[in-house]
Design a protein around this ligand. Structure first.
Ligand code: ZN
Ligand code: ZN
Ligand code: ZN
Length: 148
């Protein structure tokens, strides 16, 4: 997949987004956010593949650093489905969940079934103050079901 350079208006919005989170705007940070706009739930490797097209000097290590900084600043959400590498997305703060295909690893967003975090009440929270419940629906996507 190759993307053309982002239009200026979009870049401006991304710059504001980075500044708003208290971070310095850098080309790699812009490129990572732009890549994840087009490819939500991408792994670091996938993001790197895309960023490299725009910024040929970038290393995978640098992309990992950018992903960590943007995640810590709340601009990205990191999800870690069992048995798969970590994925990143720009949709943050809405407590949504994920459908993961066991056939092809595709990941789709699912709105929270109940509403606010934590959307599930533990039968026994053992004294914890629960802030978040992460729900993963595993199954076969429509394409894989057709292929089967
Ligand atoms: Zn599938
Ligand atoms: Zn998502
Ligand atoms: Zn939920």
């Amino acid at each position: 997949m190759t993307m053309t350079n982002p239009p200026t208006a979009m870049t401006d919005a991304l710059r504001q987004c980075i500044r708003g989170a208290g971070l310095k705007v850098t080309e790699p940070r812009l490129a990572v956010l732009h890549a994840l706009d087009a490819m939500p739930h991408a792994s670091a490797d996938t993001v790197f593949g895309e960023v490299k097209n725009q910024l040929p000097g970038t290393s995978l290590q640098a992309v990992y650093g950018v992903l960590a900084a943007l995640t810590a600043a709340g601009l990205l959400r990191k999800i870690e489905p069992a048995g798969s590498s970590a994925r990143y997305e720009r949709r943050t703060g809405d407590n949504h969940h994920h459908l993961v295909c066991t056939g092809c690893d595709v990941i789709k967003d699912v709105d929270c079934a109940v509403g606010e975090a934590p959307c599930l009440t533990a039968a026994d929270a053992a004294g914890f103050e629960v802030r978040e419940a992460e729900v993963t629906y595993w199954g076969l996507c429509a394409q894989c079901r057709h292929a089967a």
